[in-house]
Design a protein around this ligand. Structure first.
Ligand code: HEM
Length: 143
């Protein structure tokens, strides 16, 4: 059971990060019709992945061997939650832009300009960096 929960948590995290890396790679190229369509699709997957991360994390909190009360009083656990919250907040603006771009592309075939495209890179880049930091907290928080 414990192993299953851990594997579920790891797989959802890896899936989510992989989709975010995909967004980053698309952003590295300039704006294009394919890019707008692809990044909007990747972002839907990323959103679903993030929800699954929360589900798998909550299963570990409430379904693992360690009682949930231990996590409730664990500063590192809450730091991890806070960082995950920051990632969520940082993902909001790109999602809004992707949806607007996809809508404009559908309506009249217009593409975003270079500047607004490039502006999203730090949002995605910072999220990726935070995803690298979180596992350090996760490994320490059980001790
Ligand atoms: C709502 C979101 C999350 C919740 C509620 C949650 C909860 C948990 C819990 C309870 C554990 C068990 C630790 C143990 O038994 O020692 C755990 C382990 C872990 N979590 Fe999360 N987590 C969440 C999000 C994340 C994210 C976003 C990442 C990575 C980017 C992450 C990475 C890890 C890692 C690497 C472990 C491994 C430690 C182990 O398997 O023992 N978690 N998580």
């Amino acid at each position: 059971m414990e192993l299953g929960l851990a594997l579920f948590h790891y797989s959802t995290i890896l899936l989510t990060v992989a989709l975010l890396v995909g967004e980053f790679l698309v952003l590295r190229k300039g704006p294009s019709k394919e890019g707008v369509e692809r990044i909007a699709r990747l972002d839907i997957g990323y959103g679903i992945g993030a929800v699954l991360v929360v589900v798998s994390g909550l299963l570990r909190v409430f379904g693992g061997e360690i009682p949930a009360a231990f996590w409730g009083g664990n500063v590192l656990f809450w730091s991890k939650m806070a960082l995950f919250g920051v990632i969520g907040a940082l993902s909001a603006w790109p999602t809004i832009r992707y949806l607007a771009w996809a809508k404009a592309l559908k309506a009249d075939g217009s593409l975003p300009d270079d500047r607004s495209w490039r502006r999203l890179k730090p949002f995605v880049h910072t999220q990726l960096a935070l995803f690298v930091v979180i596992p350090f907290l996760a490994f320490l928080m059980g001790d």
